[in-house]
Design a protein around this ligand. Structure first.
Ligand code: ADP
Ligand code: TRP
Length: 372
């Protein structure tokens, strides 16, 4: 059966041993049973693809920005229909840089509201807050006992963060092990992230391989899901857009504040009529994310042949950003107006996540000898 014909798959992948129900045009078309192999069902190969587990998390450490949206959130939201999707707010990771109780707590709810407002449907994925599934901490410890020091010492994100003024804590140093536990606990096949997380994904793979070779096949080796076009969204200054560089365009900014940010996008001093290279222009890179293909070609033409006025392009970009997130802005306000409902929704997600997490953790405990 072609991938597109499958509209719903219930259950966990066969390698987790549970039965799997496949729906096509809302009708149940077959059930694959425990332990069935590809030889026993001709659709098996395709189905393995259909039910790929996709997982990613985001830190509630500041206002989410368009780099987060295009680098990760949009991809995650678009995967709702064709995968078993895991989305979570990584507040334990954020503890490595946020030491303000109120900021972390409100940031967590805000980040959750952002995701939902942008279109994440909690009934079509598992959506929760990391600290509500404490099993991840136990797995982090177990994984840390097979993680080579050299692997950790090579991680550039620790050094970068310390250089930016974040306290050099042990938690910050071992951040990638917690991230590996996040991924391996749910046996994720693919992890959509921006390019800056590539090394962390490699660490997760290395740790999984080390564990598997020490204790026997246990973890799925996750693949990074990095999109060519949005691997690194530039910030106002042309560096990677990041909360920690104060160069962002927050997704939910509006009115004058949004205008101020967009007008502050750094451009060179080339005259309007002079030809310019669109591909080395920061403004064009952002414009590309929002403009229709036809309009993009027109503006590319203005760059190449002369006539591209940065001021006008910025104003057009401002409208595009404003329109793109107009509906989401309203929805976000609705979610934040009812924090009790938001919390309940997240706790339901945590229940679902936990049921998956204990299956892996039980296996890991068995493998290492903690089940005595
Ligand atoms: P920040 O650098 O702003 O703190 P995070 O580390 O919280 O962002 O990133 C959350 C997700 O968004 C990650 O998957 C990350 O790779 C992605 N991301 C962050 N900034 C960008 C960017 N400028 N371009 C593409 N993806 C990004
Ligand atoms: N380290 C990621 C970031 O800063 C956030 C993160 C934590 C994550 N755990 C994860 C991303 C698991 C993907 C999968 O953006």
């Amino acid at each position: 059966m072609p991938l597109a014909d499958c509209d719903r798959v219930q259950g966990t992948p066969l390698y987790m041993g549970a039965p799997l129900v496949v729906h096509c045009h809302r009708k149940r078309i077959c059930t694959l049973g425990r332990g069935m192999s590809s030889g026993e069902h001709s659709n098996f190969k395709t189905l393995r693809l259909v039910i790929m587990k996709i997982l990613s998390g985001i830190q509630p450490s500041g206002q989410l920005h368009i780099g987060n949206y295009f680098g990760m959130m949009k991809t995650m939201i678009s995967n709702m229909e064709n995968s078993e999707l895991y989305v979570f707010i990584v507040n334990l990771h954020a503890l490595t840089s946020v030491h303000d109780q109120r900021r972390l707590a409100t940031g967590t709810l805000e980040a959750a509201a952002d995701f939902l407002a942008l279109g994440l449907d909690p009934d079509k994925c598992i959506f929760w807050v990391q600290s509500d599934v404490p099993e991840v901490c136990e797995l982090t410890w177990i994984l840390s006992t097979v993680t080579p020091m050299g692997l950790m010492e090579r991680c550039h994100s620790y050094k970068d963060k310390v250089a930016k003024g974040i306290d050099a804590s042990h938690g910050l140093f071992s951040y990638p092990v917690l991230m590996a536990a996040d991924i391996l606990l749910y046996q994720a096949d693919q992890v959509p992230v921006g390019k800056d997380q590539k090394q962390h994904l490699e660490v997760a793979r290395d740790i999984a391989q080390k564990f598997n070779s020490t204790y026997g096949e246990t973890f799925v080796i996750p693949e990074p899901g990095i999109s060519e076009t949005t691997a690194t969204v530039p910030g106002l200054d042309g560096q990677k857009m990041s909360k920690s560089y104060d160069n962002t365009i927050p997704i939910f900014l509006e009115g004058k504040a949004l205008k101020k940010r967009v007008m502050a996008i750094e451009t060179d001093a080339t005259a309007v009529e002079a030809p310019k290279d669109p591909d080395s222009c920061n403004l064009f890179s952002m414009f590309k994310l929002f403009a229709s293909p036809e309009r993009l070609e027109e503006v590319r033409g203005l760059y190449v042949n002369g006539g591209a006025a940065y001021g006008y392009i910025k104003l057009e970009l401002l409208d595009l950003i404003s329109d793109c997130f107009a509906e989401a802005r309203l929805k976000k306000a609705e979610y934040l107006a009812d924090p009790a409902m938001l919390r309940a929704l997240l706790l339901r997600g945590a229940d679902k996540a936990r049921k998956k997490a204990v299956v892996t953790l039980d296996l890991v405990r068995e493998r290492v000898g903690l089940n005595y």
